[in-house]
Design a protein around this ligand. Structure first.
Ligand code: ADP
Ligand code: ZN
Length: 707
């Protein structure tokens, strides 16, 4: 059996060896027994049921909660030459009938279904008449009422055990905690399932957490070495998402907003673009997440603090599913802490629930202020023991200096106490620094004994100290009012001189930049040209086939081609990720690129990318036309399209004098209702303004009104 599985792994998927538990899981399921698989994102769960599906007779039914996810999996399998389909409500009755026919004829190996569809009596009856060889239940944690992904339809999947007592079932999830695990077993009746628990470490992710000073500037610093990489930036509020998406695009990092306040179609459109194009940044609230299977997300950045380590792990886990180096980066500050504590305080729910949430937030804060290895701390929270520091996080790489903050901490606590336990950090810092301003005078705080005792420290140091005091629970924040600070019970021993306090020594942004993680060094500069050529070919093929680029080949496969330089189809077949079908379809084309022979014609997507960067660099349309070897008319048309898609602002595209711009805008806006076409206003301007300019201005107006 294992031999046969190995052969399928190589022939169909193009991989040489199973990873971790995959082999054992596949053997068990293929032999007709149940399994529960707990594996982190990117661990390779799909193969655990796809290989048994091919080994066993009959149809494998895969339950998956999201249509986008299913479509992606089906496209990937089709590219591999595996007969897979998804049945969903977006298909017409005719399409559905045709799929049903193919199922009856036994032409299909894998059927993807949403849970609510699977448990319809008609569907169950239909499946009972077919030969079902396997059930796979993906994202099995959706059955848990405690988790945040709970889906009531999942509860009904327990019936499968009754309806199909002889069909093996495999449940898979990337959620590790014990409670969820037990709930899955109980609700899905998987008592006899063997459990396969992998380490939840994501070794290819580099973790970095920095204190927030000038967040935008810090973010740009982080992004500077990651130009052209796809990533996700999480922000707390919708407004901040919109602002940051605009800001990043302006700065030459194409970014799209995603949050629940946007119309559903626009959200779907942005999600599709994120999957299909390369190098886009998705700026999102946590509404963006599940269903994002894009394997080559190179970084996840947080400008706001997640409310628990569970959330942090899940969100950062969306980086680097493909196993290549990826980054998790976060900037956090006192304001985050205050905000989250206030939210928690104002939330509905009983006291017990609030205490649990408080506890989770404290664990998140502890990770931020951690002085030892971040990965060890993160895994320890999930009950996983990692014996040695990882060597692949900021604390391991940079080292953390701590300092004895006992004395200044007492001064800070004393400033809080003596000023009446009601002022925010700004005023407290003023007192410590001895600033003689109006507020201080009005309150008479210049007479406090602590006034000016902290002059020898910089303002930033005091702010950092207060943040750490709050994060460690030594100081409470007044949650109803304006962020005033109060002493907590926990600070008594420190005040009484019974304990000392060691704090992180903050590296300020002026300090030399520590070694960056490996993500930006995916390809060396001398390899860049060939790498881009390989990616361009992949993009072209992806557009022709209507699939995301990674479905053609994952980055890891392209990288192996780049490094291994296969020179024949036989060499090519040995590259990991090149199975028989893909070798036949694409092998020759990629060989040609590697041998430098092929001039990959620029695909529309490439041209778009290049156009946008040239325009952002300040080139005029006629200069761009020369550069791209196309007509000026074409350049204007592409600029207008990019403006319409909000990839480019009008300012970036054209350098128009203000008065001319308003004249043109007025011409479009004069009438009532719909914007007039370009032809209708062109007369007014005659030869004075090229039609292309009018197209661009119109596109900008339209974009403004649509969203
Ligand atoms: P998960 O569903 O657990 O997040 P996937 O099934 O999407 O992970 O797998 C992550 C990536 O790893 C995919 O690109 C997949 O093709 C690749 N992969 C899985 N198993 C292997 C293997 N045995 N050898 C090489 N690559 C693998
Ligand atoms: Zn570490």
């Amino acid at each position: 059996m294992l031999d046969q599985a190995q052969r399928i792994l190589k022939d169909v998927f193009g991989y040489d060896a199973f990873r971790g538990n995959q082999g054992a899981i596949i053997e068990r399921v293929a032999s007709g027994l149940d399994a529960l698989v707990l594996m982190p994102t990117g661990g390779g769960k799909s193969l655990c049921y796809q290989v048994p599906a091919l080994l066993r007779d009959g149809l494998a039914v895969v339950v998956s909660p999201l249509i986008a996810l299913m479509d992606d999996q089906v496209a990937t399998l089709e590219e591999l030459g595996v007969a897979a389909v998804a049945l969903n409500s977006s298909q017409t009755p005719d399409e559905q009938r045709e799929i049903a026919e193919r199922l009856r004829r036994g032409e299909i190996k894998l059927l993807y279904l949403a849970p609510e569809r699977l448990v319809q009596p008609r569907m169950l009856a239909f499946l009972q008449r077919l030969q079902v060889g396997l059930f796979a239940i993906d994202e099995a944690h959706c059955v848990s009422q405690w988790g945040h992904d709970f889906r009531p339809e999942y509860l009904q999947l327990g019936q499968l055990a009754e309806f199909f007592p002889n069909v093996p079932r495999i449940a898979l999830t990337a959620t590790a905690d014990k409670r969820t695990r037990e709930e899955i077993v109980q609700r899905l009746h998987l008592e006899s399932a063997e459990r396969y628990l992998s380490s939840f470490d994501r070794p290819n992710i580099f973790y970095r957490i920095v204190p927030k000073e000038q967040p935008r500037k810090q973010l740009l610093g982080f992004l500077a070495e990651r130009r052209g990489d796809a990533g996700i930036l999480y922000c707390m509020s919708r407004k901040k998402v919109d602002d940051m998406a605009a800001f990043l695009t302006e700065q030459g990092f194409p970014a799209l907003p995603y949050h629940a306040g946007l119309p559903a179609e626009l959200r779907a459109h942005h999600q599709r673009r994120f999957l299909n194009e390369e190098g886009l940044i998705m700026v999102a609230t946590i509404a963006f997440g599940m269903g994002i299977d894009k394997p080559n997300v190179r970084f996840v950045a947080h400008l706001d603090l997640p409310k628990s380590l569970e959330a942090y792990y899940q969100e950062t886990g969306r980086a680097g599913r493909d196993g290549l180096p990826a980054d998790a980066w976060m900037a956090y500050g006192l304001q985050d802490v205050i905000f989250l504590k206030q939210m928690l305080n104002n939330s509905e729910g009983d006291e017990r629930h609030k205490r649990v949430e408080q506890h989770k937030l404290d664990a998140m804060l502890a990770l931020c202020e951690e002085t030892r290895c971040r990965r060890q701390a993160l895994l320890a929270y999930f009950d996983e023991d990692m014996p040695n520091p990882c060597g692949h996080c900021d604390n391991c790489v940079d080292g953390v200096q701590t300092w004895d903050a006992t004395e200044p901490a007492r001064q800070a606590l004393s400033a809080i106490y003596r000023s009446g336990q009601r002022y925010g950090v700004g005023h407290l810092v003023d007192i410590l620094l001895g600033r003689d301003n109006e507020k201080v005078r009005n309150l008479g705080h210049q007479h406090l004994s602590v006034f000016g005792v902290g002059k020898d420290r910089a303002e930033g140091e005091w702010r950092s100290l207060f943040r750490q005091l709050v994060a460690r629970g030594l100081v409470d924040v007044d949650l109803d009012g304006f962020g005033g600070l109060r002493l907590s019970e926990q600070c008594r021993p420190l005040l009484r001189g019974e304990t000392t306090l060691e704090l992180r020594h903050e590296v300020t942004s002026k300090a030399p930049k520590p070694a960056s993680s490996a993500a930006s060094q995916l390809v060396r500069s001398e390899e860049r040209e060939q790498w881009e050529a390989l990616r361009a070919l992949r993009r072209k093929l992806a557009e022709e086939h209507g699939v995301p680029p990674y479905v053609i080949f994952p980055d890891a496969t392209l990288l192996e081609m780049l490094r291994g330089q296969p020179s024949s189809l036989a060499d090519m077949a040995r590259v990991s990720g090149v199975g028989a079908r893909k070798l036949e379809r694409y092998g020759a084309a990629f060989l040609e690129v590697l041998q430098g022979g092929a001039q990959v014609p620029k695909s529309p997507a490439d041209l778009r990318h290049e156009l946008i960067s040239l325009a952002c660099a300040g080139m005029t349309p006629s200069q761009i036309a020369t550069q791209l070897a196309c007509t000026e008319k074409n350049v204007y048309a592409m600029l207008a399209e990019a403006i319409g898609r909000q990839q480019l602002s009008l300012d970036q595209a054209l350098d128009l004098p203000d008065d001319l711009l308003s004249e043109i805008q007025d011409a479009f806006l004069d009438g009532e209702g719909e914007l007039p076409g370009v032809a209708e206003v062109a007369e007014r301007f005659g030869k004075r303004v090229p039609a292309g300019v009018l197209h661009c201005v119109r596109a900008a107006l339209q974009a403004e009104f649509e969203v």
